[in-house]
Ligand binder design. Structure first.
Ligand SMILES: Nc1ncnc2c1ncn2[C@@H]1O[C@H](COP(=O)(O)OP(=O)(O)O)[C@@H](O)[C@H]1O
Ligand SMILES: [Mg+2]
Length: 366
């Protein structure tokens, strides 16, 4: 049975790594010459919008999924005439646009930031007046790893942010003085069966995820996040893995954004959960029974960004798992990650701090 994946980045690569033990085959579509998944499976090298390449993918695969959410939803809908496509294109469309994401959260009674849609310089002035400063201006589409965002602190920042990001469709929202950031990862099968992973505690720097620790938080916080992700998945009749990122302020969850796919904050589940997010995504989109999402002990995952440390430097730490995405080094680029899993929470925390100091000097755990 072959799974088709649009995008052959590290997420696709880790999906393939999770799928081989289940006896699955993979076929990717990606414009890059040597994307991370190419080491593992054949890649149709073409643009994501090439009709012939998409048709080939559909004709050769039992199901098509995505490794990158900014694919053309119109194209995915067309593929549906030939094969199954999961997650549902309508859910991907919602997650592609920050405004429709916010509207969905509001409709489902999930607290989110105060926001305004901004299309013109005048609308930006109005939004800043109504929402206030400080705030964040974000492109509605295509943002990732903090790209397409500007923080506004003073009235003078308005013009600078507009010239940097305008005149594309934007969203302005309050800058949340959060205590910390968390994410919740859920998975749902076509029969409506679901599993939710324990909360991830995420530390970002310059908009990029650096460290995730899991499981995080008390029963109450986990229950709220679980309810939110189940509500969204149910509403969207979702199939596959869905992630929601939250700010936590005074013990409350404020939804930031969602991703219709496996997520960087869930990489620890490869070694740290009974069933990884990657395996569960595959199980879901193939209509197979879902695996247990419970954690095995305490995990910490550190992203390797910009430069790749030498293998020996990482592997000399007993029990550290290295994931090298086989990508060319470039500043700000996610090249790999490491995970430690410990039975004891305090020991996991100590190891996370030591590893972070070594692998990401300058990034401090508050
Ligand atoms: N409104 C906000 N208030 C405070 N911090 C924010 C806000 N929006 C974004 N950030 C910070 O920037 C990070 C990246 O922003 P996000 O909206 O998640 O975009 P993306 O992950 O798509 O780049 C967040 O995880 C958070 O650390
Ligand atoms: Mg984010």
């Amino acid at each position: 049975m072959t799974v088709g994946i649009v995008g052959a980045g590290q997420l696709g690569r880790m999906l393939a790594l999770a799928g081989y033990p289940l006896g699955l085959d993979f076929l990717f579509l990606d414009p890059a010459a040597a994307p991370p998944a190419a080491q593992l499976a054949p890649v149709l090298q073409n643009t994501f919008t090439d009709a012939a390449a998409l048709a080939t993918l559909a004709s050769r695969c039992e199901v098509v999924t995505i490794d990158w959410e900014n694919v053309s939803v119109a194209d995915l809908r067309k593929l549906r005439q030939h094969t199954r496509v999961s997650p549902p294109p309508a859910a991907i469309a919602t997650a592609q646009d920050r405004v429709s994401e916010k509207r969905l959260f509001e409709k489902l009674g999930i607290a989110t930031t105060r926001w305004r849609a901004v299309g013109t310089r005048r609308q930006l002035d109005t939004a800043v007046r109504e929402i206030g400063l400080p705030g964040v201006l974000k492109t509605r589409r295509m943002g990732y790893d903090g790209k397409g965002q500007a923080v506004l602190r003073t009235p003078a920042d308005v013009e600078r942010a507009w010239s940097q990001l305008g005149p594309v469709p934007l969203l302005y929202e309050e800058l949340v003085p959060f205590d910390l950031e968390v994410s919740v990862i859920g998975v749902r099968s076509p029969r409506g069966e679901s599993q939710v992973y324990p909360l991830n505690h995420n530390l970002h720097s310059a908009g990029i995820l650096r460290l995730t620790r899991a499981p995080y938080g008390n029963v109450r916080l986990n229950r709220m996040a679980r309810r939110h992700v189940l509500t969204v998945m149910e509403y969207l009749r979702y199939v596959g893995v869905l992630t929601i990122e939250f700010f936590v302020r005074a013990g409350r969850l404020i939804a930031n954004e969602m991703a219709p796919r496996v997520h960087n904050s869930g990489h620890w589940t490869i070694e740290g959960a009974v069933t990884s997010q990657f395996e569960n995504h595959l199980r879901a989109i193939l209509g197979l029974p879902l695996g247990d999402a419970r954690a095995r002990g305490h995990s910490a995952m550190i992203n390797l960004i910009g430069t790749m440390p030498r293998r020996t430097e990482i592997l000399r730490h007993v029990g550290v798992h290295l994931h090298d995405y086989a990508k060319e080094a470039r500043p700000g680029r996610k090249l790999g990650h490491v995970t430690v899993v410990e039975e004891d929470a305090a020991r996991c925390e100590r190891r996370a701090r030591l590893l972070l100091a070594e692998l990401a000097p300058g990034i401090h755990i508050p």
